[in-house]
Design a protein around this ligand. Structure first.
Ligand SMILES: Cc1cc2nc3c(=O)[nH]c(=O)nc-3n(C[C@H](O)[C@H](O)[C@H](O)COP(=O)(O)O)c2cc1C
Length: 407
């Protein structure tokens, strides 16, 4: 079976099979932005599940700019390296490679977390998101250079603490992706304008990380196949970025799509014709695969072994990215690799009340809850309803904003 085959990366590292866990935010750091025992429990569970590469949820590189209240942060001065080392040890006695996904949220940080978000330009998120997220301030050149250095520092810490690779989060509307987008990046200096300028930030982040970890340590990027929003990062842009990063020596490109403004990454609001097909970003893979020499991972919607093997056999991609299936069944990869006739039971979630579905990103909060159950050493509850999650999320958000106001 294609999914059982090893995969060699340009840096020389070999992944044990073609199944990858895509990044999913754990949002469960303990005080001090540190990963606690929950991270060890969770990643040991996934390590037992047979997935070849397991990319962590987004780890932030600046504690002043979080995506969620309980993100892990790697930054100079934060003493959480013992926690990071214990987390990395979760991969011991398994063939799984844990990579850390490194991120800066830019403007996608809620008001109660960041009063003054930053972005390439002072462009707010579209209504109604502008009510929950403050208008960002334009980054200065000095700040851009500082962020680039922070990515390099975080990559070095990841390597020193025992992780087997790092991934730049360049997708889903966060800072790297804001630089890519002509809508969010309206700068007139060398960081904006032409595609070459808009991708300069990602290129410099990559170079800073490569200089910090050396040539033999894997570095990847997750990027959008397109933003799917008017005036945003187009598919042609994505092809250009992928080509440049591949030429620079990046080890793995993962494609996804969308942003908070256009949340198509979990399949919501993609075209009906696309939805019917498994793997809703696969149709964008062909153009990207044609211009890169590094492996391509595609994430979003893969549910059956038959489809995964077929896509790999047709050389449409090199690595299958799995998100939600591994939240409700951490052994899904093992079952697929063993040739069991298993189909992921990921199903569309809805509260039945449109406004609630709009306010609460159910696809994220319900699956986060499953992740957190595994962190507590419990089994996921694939049949649990959505109302408990909505209730918990409302309480958590309320408490977090009260804490922030008081802090
Ligand atoms: C709970 C949850 C958290 C997520 N957090 C992240 C994240 O931190 N970084 C990221 O790149 N994508 C994140 N995603 C998106 C997933 O990596 C993936 O792209 C998406 O779930 C589609 O894949 P799937 O259909 O296999 O679930 C998250 C998705 C979920 C459900």
């Amino acid at each position: 079976m294609e999914i059982q085959k090893e995969l060699k990366l340009p840096c020389g590292v070999t992944l044990p099979n073609r199944l990858g866990k895509s990044a999913m935010s754990e949002n469960m750091a303990i005080p001090g932005h540190a990963p606690g025992i929950e991270f060890v429990n969770l990643y040991k569970t996934w390590a037992r599940g047979g997935t070849g590469i397991c990319i962590s949820g987004n780890v932030m590189i600046d504690s002043r700019h979080l995506g969620e209240a309980n993100n892990v942060v790697i930054e100079k001065g934060i003493k959480n390296h013992e926690g990071l080392k214990s987390w990395a040890k979760a991969q011991e006695n398994s063939s799984m490679h844990i990579w850390l996904q490194l991120n800066h949220p830019g403007k996608q940080t809620p008001k109660f977390l960041t009063k003054e978000p930053v972005s390439p330009s002072a462009v707010p998120l579209v209504p109604p998101l502008d009510r929950m997220f403050n208008t960002p301030r334009e980054l200065s050149e000095e700040e851009i250079l500082d962020i680039i250095e922070r990515f390099g520092y975080a990559a070095k810490v990841a390597k020193d603490c025992g992780f087997k690779g790092v991934q730049i989060h360049g997708a889903h509307g966060y800072l790297v992706s804001q630089f890519f987008s002509p809508h969010h990046n309206q700068r007139n200096d060398k960081w904006g304008g032409s595609l070459e300028n808009r991708m300069r930030f990602a290129v410099e982040v990559y170079k800073s990380m490569r200089a910090a970890v050396g040539p033999e340590f894997p570095i990847g990027i997750k990027m959008n196949s397109a933003d799917f929003s008017k005036g945003g990062f187009s598919h042609e842009d994505a092809v250009g970025v992928a080509k440049s990063l591949s030429e620079l020596g990046i080890d793995l490109i993962e494609i996804s799509g969308g942003s908070y403004e256009k949340p198509v990454m979990t399949g919501a609001s993609v075209k009906e014709s696309t939805k019917k097909r498994e793997a809703y970003f696969l149709e964008y893979a062909k153009d990207i695969k044609a211009v890169i020499s590094c492996p391509l991972m595609v994430t979003g919607g893969f549910r059956t072994a038959e489809f995964m093997n077929e896509a790999l056999k047709n050389d449409e991609l090199d690595l299958v990215g799995l998100g939600r299936p591994l939240c409700i069944n951490p052994n899904f990869s093992k079952q697929l690799l063993n040739g069991e006739d298993v189909v992921s039971e990921v199903r569309p979630l809805s509260s039945g009340v449109k406004i609630l579905d709009k306010i609460f990103p159910l696809e994220i909060i319900w699956y986060s809850h499953q992740i957190q159950l595994m962190g507590k050493g419990k089994a996921p509850k694939p049949n649990s309803g959505v109302y408990g999650t909505i209730f918990r999320s409302a309480i958590d958000t309320g408490l977090q904003s009260i804490r922030r106001v008081r802090a």
